[in-house]
Design a protein around this ligand. Structure first.
Ligand SMILES: Cc1ncc(C[n+]2csc(CCOP(=O)(O)OP(=O)(O)O)c2C)c(N)n1
Length: 325
């Protein structure tokens, strides 16, 4: 398939379905968090859905992704099971890691998901390793790491770019520049253009509108194709915006605000889900068809939360399983 081609309507509806699943799952999580039922922090992905979905649409279960503390969207975009994710977030025995990992460690090796990661930049080295393994196996698989604009300032990024360039690894570094690193605006902590950091290593570095799933899909399609045939790594900087706080409940400990509500409102107008919806309604799909997708997603989300919250906590003996010593 030539990925430069415009996707078919069926493919666009699939992108829409996947973005909407992430959106609804995260909105619901935000509501449940307010009820105080969840011990520990969660970082919601709302507003950034087009990045995870535009990237993962090119990947199979045999390709790898490594993710961040804001990792639910990546997990779902790669085909992670919604109920198993919610159960994990709530520490249930039925969670994808039997409740031992929680929100920042949702992982499913069977689907090529190396996991979310509480360490900023922590997924980068893992993805380089997975790319090296794919190259040694000669299986045509690729490895993708998602990281934030804050993560871009970790030293491991330079090490990864260097190794990936010199060994021509099948690696994609996808930086989601969402405008903030915790409560610091990007331009107060990050110098220059992130995509340009690829250039000294001889790697292609591209910027893309991270709120336009079709644009992300197109840029990533070319990069993935190149990686699969041994033409080496790429760095992609997707410009996007997080709608929610850095962490849910941040208002309980922040004094004042660190961003302008007008800025949030302006980015909401560039809603990645709404943009694709408008595109589809411009003659490709009917309102009734999109309503049917919404109803299907709402049902899946309801099922995931209702079941997960009723599931049991792990038995004590679980603590001694999956140990290496
Ligand atoms: C190594 C390390 N340093 C600091 C932190 C604390 N921390 C958690 S998230 C975060 C900001 C990350 O910003 P960014 O990479 O842009 O991701 P975003 O939260 O915007 O998705 C920081 C500094 C951490 N978890 N790990």
């Amino acid at each position: 398939m030539n990925e430069d081609e415009r996707p078919t309507t069926a493919q666009m509806i699939e992108l829409y379905r996947r973005m909407l699943l992430i959106r609804r799952m995260e909105e619901r999580l935000g509501e449940v968090v307010k009820s105080g039922e969840l011990p520990g922090p969660v970082h919601l992905y709302i507003g950034q859905e087009a990045v995870a979905v535009g990237v993962c649409t090119h990947l199979t279960d045999r390709d790898w992704i490594a993710s961040t503390h804001r990792g639910h969207g990546h997990f779902l975009a790669k085909g992670g099971e919604p109920h198993a994710m919610v159960a994990e977030i709530f520490g249930r025995d039925t969670g994808i890691c039997h409740g031992k990992g929680g929100s920042m460690h949702v992982a499913d090796f069977g689907r090529g998901i190396l996991g979310a990661n509480g360490i900023v930049g922590g997924g980068i080295g893992l993805a380089v390793g997975a790319a090296l393994a794919a190259q040694l196996d000669g299986n045509g698989c690729v490895s993708v790491v998602f990281f934030g604009d804050g993560g871009a300032n970790q030293g491991v990024v330079a090490e990864a770019l260097n190794l990936a360039a010199i060994w021509k690894l099948p690696l994609l570094l996808v930086c989601e520049n969402n405008g903030f690193s915790e409560f610091s605006p990007t331009d107060t902590v990050t110098a220059g253009e992130i995509a340009a950091r690829a250039q000294p290593f001889g790697i292609p570095g591209m910027r893309v509108d991270g709120n336009d799933v079709l644009a992300v899909r197109q840029v990533v399609g070319t990069a993935v194709q190149k990686a699969r045939i041994g033409e080496g790594p790429s760095l992609i900087e997707a410009r996007t915006y997080r709608w929610r706080g850095h962490v849910e409940t941040e208002q309980s400990f922040l004094s004042g605000t660190y961003r302008d509500e007008k800025e949030v409102a302006a980015w909401r107008l560039r809603d990645p889900v709404g943009r694709l919806e408008a595109e589809l309604l411009g003659g490709l799909a009917t309102q009734a068809e999109l309503d049917a997708v919404r109803a299907e997603i709402d049902q899946a989300v309801e099922h995931a939360y209702t079941q997960a919250l009723a599931d049991p906590l792990p038995a004590e003996a679980r603590a001694f399983e999956d140990m290496f010593a």
